[in-house]
Design a protein around this ligand. Structure first.
Ligand SMILES: C[S@@+](CC[C@H](N)C(=O)[O-])C[C@H]1O[C@@H](n2cnc3c(N)ncnc32)[C@H](O)[C@@H]1O
Length: 866
């Protein structure tokens, strides 16, 4: 598949992505020297070259989760048995793809039957099947693991299908459970949605699909998605993933979610940046109808796909990330409109990352938010209620309540981790603390994950866990959803849906807890952060100045440390990484396959120069954090290309005239570039009305948003020799074509299936060589430069008013002697395959129709005879 595709050749950005992917792959599949199970090899070569599956066990994991009661004792073995099996593949059809119905039909009518013979496992009856809870048969579960798909010859056709469609963007491989959170967000086409921790973007993709779902060709929905992630490289992945959506309704940002800017304009900061905004923005504050809070987590719900987690897992992972999760969720709520919905989700089974976080945000918000009971939504999704009670384990010791935590650990173990969330003032000064002597060391060791525990002081909580009184949460946490691996043969996920009823209260840290935090040495930054997470309307949002303040930086480095703790399974998307890795090798070469040389586009649309992708020392050295402050104090994000409204009338008019773009297609104010110097603009992006509003607001508030990608690439400058001879120096990009197609009246031709297929097959055809000579003539009479070739439907002569979602069009280059396609080789291949499938099914229905009419004629004849 994909023969003749150029690989990679576009320099640094791709290389960086590949390096990143490789590292990630290594995280999962390389057995480190320290892995004790590597000594058990039995192949006579000393185990040096042997590869064995990872040991799928971890005693600390067993003990922890048995005690937390995440499944009943009776089902423990089944649960563990399923966790140890590889994860079956799952994928989603991109509902906004032009061919989504063809693909669904192919799965239902072809693969569902042809793959059946390959099913060996008696538990599963179907080789592939639609996920019953996903709307319209658009998500599928396959009973084959990735390994089987790769190795089994009989599955090759299906594997090739998956790979091609994934690469084209018609399907997305995604863990089934990871598809759930966006469905509970209840998104509509006019919603403003914030995806706080969005990379690598599979849920962002779903959200965009929902927003675009009922949009007519040539129109854009009112809604938008702001997809944010802290990690620049992962942002790049997201940009690549979502590029396949061809959307003008997406903004990708690169912030710490817990400090996501409030972008609230007031008279004083209008025009603060001095760039681009003349009038007051249409919106005065960036608030969202929906917020997805798919936070960084320990990721143990993804054990089946990332078996490396068995080795890495320890209790500290969940404890370490709890406070960041609370902060992110609180920031999400503060950015949510009253009446809006927020979904909080993790791919972890740990109550400290799940129910404890939800309980804490409910506590902090008072009655201003409620945890929704969504048991009637997606009824076919098997889920279990959230836990109401759990315990906290730290350094080998169980604590049922915060008062049981050793005073030396109170900087790490927070009241919010416990079901009651209660803080206790230490009146007794923890006199009963004692040093752990040799006699109790053995006792603790068997419970302990980390070796440092042996000589640490502890409270008197070393009584067996089952004898301790349990705290029970007062909140209706049973409304949270736990998806367990053995219920639906998938991964594990946690989801909670929160509804904002009113503005959040101005949050005050309780005096005693503040005092205690300070006394106990809890980082001031963290305390301040907790204070900061309040309703924007209360005026405590982080304004541009604040966000560059020392406290911000301190807190940032603290958050980074927590995140670093996770080392690897940040999100359990390793598989996606490696899948994306193979894509990344191919992402460049937009025009690969086109024989002429109009300037090829860079597939990478992120706008952070390579140099900035290297994590700076800020993460580890707070002193160097000042660098970041400078970056933003200049009113722009240093190292990130600015987003500038493109207003060069001469260029805009030349484009409009050349392609005969109808006045009804709004260009004014909808075009942006990443280059202040309009003489050297290479790409012009199209943004929707709502994105335009947000951009204007952002400019008016001093560019608080650090935007790495925005809009849909619509026009690209031709810099090749031939390109410079064309009257218009900009061509229409293949991403932008579907949107602008109904508005193009010049440089557009309609062709028969046979010539269209020839173009896709041969890429470049001389005018005299077209089967339809009239088409060849018309093509030769076009102006030199970019043009559009539309496939005629049947014999009808299609004009532009008939363009609909089924219209197939490609960009071409009108040269001196020939017409050349400007579509990647892989897109040509996919289009050809889709056309063949369509033709076959049309032929089948024609034959059927003919048979029916013959039958009718025969019957009529028979009747006549009678
Ligand atoms: C669970 S993953 C998100 C998966 C994503 N929602 C998807 O469906 O593809 C968590 C993400 O959070 C990002 N992250 C970690 N700390 C963050 C922070 N403080 N702010 C924003 N993003 C953060 C990680 O880089 C990671 O991409």
């Amino acid at each position: 598949m994909g023969g003749g595709r150029g690989r990679g050749g576009k320099g640094g950005r791709s290389r960086t992505q590949r390096r990143h992917f490789r590292q990630d792959r290594e995280n999962v599949w390389k057995r480190p020297k320290s892995d004790p199970s590597s000594e058990n090899t039995n192949n006579g070569d000393g185990g040096k070259h042997a590869w064995e599956p990872f040991a799928t066990q971890n005693p600390a994991f067993n003990e922890y989760y048995k005690e937390q009661g995440i499944v009943s004792p009776e089902e423990w073995d089944v649960f563990m048995g399923v966790l140890r099996k590889p994860l079956p593949a799952a994928f989603r059809i991109n509902a906004s793809s032009q061919f989504y119905m063809d693909i669904r039909t192919q799965l239902e009518n072809d693969f569902m039957k042809s793959l059946q013979a390959e099913v060996s496992d008696g538990d599963e009856l179907e080789a592939i099947r639609p996920l019953p809870w996903y709307p319209e048969n658009l998500a599928w579960h396959s009973n084959f693991s990735r390994m089987q798909l790769r190795k089994n010859q009989n599955l090759e056709r299906f594997h090739e299908f998956l790979k091609l469609e994934n690469e084209i963007g018609n399907i997305t491989r995604q863990e089934a459970v990871s598809m759930v959170p966006p469905l509970f967000l209840d998104v509509c086409a006019d919603h403003f949605v914030l995806d706080m921790c969005a990379a690598p973007g599979s849920k962002t993709f779903q959200l965009l699909e929902i927003i675009h779902r009922s949009t007519k060709p040539g129109h854009l929905p009112h809604g938008l998605v702001v997809a944010n992630d802290l990690d620049v490289q992962r942002c790049n992945l997201l940009i690549h993933q979502t590029k396949r959506m061809c959307t003008a309704n997406l903004i990708v940002t690169n912030h710490e979610a817990q400090h996501f800017p409030g972008c609230r304009s007031n008279k004083n900061n209008l025009n603060a940046s001095g760039v681009g905004v003349e009038a007051e923005p249409n919106i005065s504050q960036l608030l969202f109808d929906r917020v997805l809070c798919d936070v960084p987590c320990s990721g143990d719900g993804t054990l089946r796909k990332a078996p490396d987690i068995w080795r890495k897992w320890n209790v500290g992972l969940g404890n370490g990330v709890h406070s960041l999760q609370v902060q992110i969720a609180m920031r999400g709520l503060s950015l949510l409109k009253v009446g809006g919905r927020m979904v909080y989700s993790t791919c972890s089974m740990n109550p400290i990352e799940n129910e404890a976080v939800i309980a804490e945000i409910l506590r902090k918000c008072g009655g201003s938010v409620e945890l929704l009971d969504v048991s009637s939504e997606l009824p076919q999704l098997v889920r279990r209620p959230g836990l109401k009670k759990w315990k906290v384990r730290d350094k080998g010791v169980w604590s049922p309540s915060f008062k049981d935590v050793s005073k030396y650990r109170k900087t790490m173990i927070l009241p919010s981790m416990f079901p009651s969330g209660r803080n206790y003032v230490d009146t007794a000064d923890n006199n009963h603390s004692m040093e752990l002597g040799e006699e109790c060391k053995d006792n603790v060791d068997e419970n302990c994950e980390e070796s440092e525990v042996t000589l640490l002081p502890t409270g008197d909580s070393r009584v067996p866990a089952e004898e301790l009184d349990e705290e029970v949460s007062e909140f209706p946490l049973e409304r949270c959803m736990r998806i367990m691996p053995h219920d639906q043969n998938g991964g594990a996920f946690f989801i909670a849906v929160v509804h904002k009823l009113s503005s959040l209260p101005a949050l005050q840290e309780k005096p005693n807890s503040l005092l205690e935090n300070l006394c106990s040495g809890k980082s001031e930054a963290l305390v301040r952060l907790q204070d900061e997470v309040t309703e924007d309307k209360n005026g405590s949002e982080i304004n541009p100045k604040d966000s560059t303040d020392e406290k911000f930086l301190e807190a940032a480095s603290e958050a980074d440390l927590i995140d670093n703790d996770l080392d690897g399974p940040k999100d359990g998307t390793d598989e996606k990484f490696s899948e994306a890795a193979s894509e990344a090798d191919l992402i460049d070469n937009d025009l690969d396959g086109a024989a002429l040389g109009p300037e090829s586009s860079s597939a990478f649309e992120g706008h952070i120069p390579e140099v900035d992708q290297v994590p700076d020392d800020r993460e580890t050295d707070p002193k160097k954090a000042g660098v970041k402050r400078k970056k933003q104090m200049q009113g722009r994000w240093k190292g990130v290309d600015p987003v500038v409204f493109f207003k060069d009338d001469a260029i805009i008019n030349s484009i409009k005239t050349f392609y005969g773009i109808k006045e009804s297609f709004p260009l004014c104010g909808h075009l942006v570039t990443r280059n202040l110097d309009t003489n050297h603009v290479k790409r012009i992006y199209y943004i929707s009305k709502s994105v335009k509003d947000v951009l204007e607001l952002n400019l008016s508030v001093g560019q608080q948003l650090k935007i790495t990608s925005i809009g849909l690439k619509m026009f690209e400058r031709q810099t090749s020799r031939e390109g410079s001879l064309a009257p218009c120096s900009f061509r229409i990009s293949s991403e932008g074509l579907p949107l602008i197609l109904p508005y193009i009246t010049k440089q557009i031709l309609y062709t028969s299936l046979v010539d269209f297929k020839h173009l896709l097959q041969y890429k470049s055809i001389k005018y005299a060589d077209f089967v339809d000579a009239e088409f060849g003539n018309k093509a030769s009479e076009l102006m030199p430069g970019c043009c559009v070739v539309v496939l005629r439907k049947g014999d009808a002569s299609l004009d532009h008013s008939k363009v609909d979602e089924s219209t197939i069009a490609i960009g071409c280059w009108k040269g001196r002697a020939s017409l050349t396609v400007m579509v990647t080789a892989i897109d040509c291949q996919e289009l050809l395959e889709r056309l063949v499938v369509r033709m076959e099914s049309e032929e089948r229905s024609l034959v059927k129709e003919e048979k029916t009419s013959n039958l009718v004629v025969d019957e009529v004849g028979d009747m006549n005879v009678d």
